[in-house]
Design a protein around this ligand. Structure first.
Ligand code: FE2
Length: 334
């Protein structure tokens, strides 16, 4: 183990945080208990409440992960422009399609699916957590050498209307070259159980290749066509895709839960402050929230930076404005 990794583990230990590195390397997913304090979680929830109160939903945009994902996110400037800004995205069920507004009877706070993708750049509270030494130490402890942070998202998983997130590998959306280096840090801001839609992971699937890449469509971006989607899925590994028929969908069974269990997924249930580690190639998903309890999470996605010999793909949807780079995670940033 490198000196950088040992020092990172020591720093985490001094904060009372234990990371099972062996289990993460074996499974590609796992839980770091008590990673954030209750105060940190409450501060982020309060900050989000204020951001939503100040949001003027003149034009509402829906976020989806089903078969219409390419269509929905693939034709939206608002989505592309949210890369390093604070964008607000509704649950599909919360939009009045005829009027293009929030459905009557729903408040702004009740209809949101997520806010992203630059909270770690734009908001002081989310930036403080994202740039904290313990986040950088966690990345180093798991073997990342030069972690940089392209993306953050606050997910609401609203009571009763919080939709499912179909099975996917995060590297599909956060592609790096010449190798995949994405790591998701999924922080539970409140209890996440099977009842309110916790995340499920398929242990060991991180050793399988990335099957699809969500890419900028050259017909739109280079040839100037406007009758095509902005974003398209490029097949990276067709043979593997045939075996994993739940990619971009859900494993089928006599019930949703039985289907995903039979496919090898396990529930990753959390208490407030726990953090789920999600390797960029591990299959993961979450079921709809049919309970009366929300399931707020703050999620970071990091990748290796140039010092580790890794490049962010120019085909990814998420690109910062020219001249701006992803924040670098450093243990000594504070
Ligand atoms: Fe994900």
């Amino acid at each position: 183990m490198t000196e950088q990794r040992l020092q990172a583990l020591d720093l985490l230990k001094s904060l009372g945080i234990t990371v099972d590195v062996d289990a993460f390397e074996r499974d590609g997913c796992g839980i770091v208990r008590g990673f954030a304090t209750a105060e940190e979680c409450d501060e982020m929830r309060q900050s989000m409440k204020t951001l939503v109160e100040n949001w003027d939903p003149k034009e509402v945009t829906v976020f989806r992960t089903d078969g219409k994902q390419s269509e929905a996110q693939g034709s939206s400037d608002y989505f592309l422009d949210s890369a390093n800004c604070i964008g607000f995205f509704l649950e599909p069920m919360a939009k009045d399609e005829a009027l293009g507004t929030l459905k009557a009877g729903l408040s702004k706070h009740e209809g949101l699916n997520k806010v992203g993708h630059g909270l770690h750049v734009q908001d002081p509270v989310f930036r403080k957590y994202s740039s904290s030494p313990k986040v950088a130490a966690l990345a180093h402890a798991l073997g990342w050498v030069d972690p940089v942070l392209p993306q953050s998202m606050y997910i609401f998983k609203q009571p009763r209307i919080g939709g499912e997130v179909t099975s996917h590998q995060d590297s599909t959306f956060l592609f790096t070259e010449p190798r995949q280096t994405c790591l998701g840090l999924w922080l539970s801001l409140e209890t996440a159980t099977q009842e309110n839609g916790c995340v499920w992971g398929r242990p060991g699937s991180h050793r399988e290749p990335v099957r699809r890449a969500f890419c900028r469509n050259p017909d739109w971006f280079e040839k100037g066509k406007r009758d095509v989607p902005q974003m398209i899925f490029r097949m990276e590994d067709e043979a593997s895709l045939e075996k994993v028929h739940w990619e971009g969908a859900m494993p089928q069974g006599s019930s949703p839960k039985e289907g995903i269990k039979n496919a090898g997924f396990v529930p990753l249930e959390c208490q407030k402050g726990d953090l789920v580690l999600i390797h960029g190639q591990v299959d993961h998903l979450s079921l709809a929230n049919t309970s009366g309890a929300s399931r707020h999470t703050f999620q970071l996605h990091l990748v290796e930076g140039p010092s580790a010999g890794v490049q962010w793909s120019k085909n990814n949807w998420l690109q910062y404005p020219h001249g701006e780079s992803f924040p670098s995670l450093k243990v000594t940033s504070h």
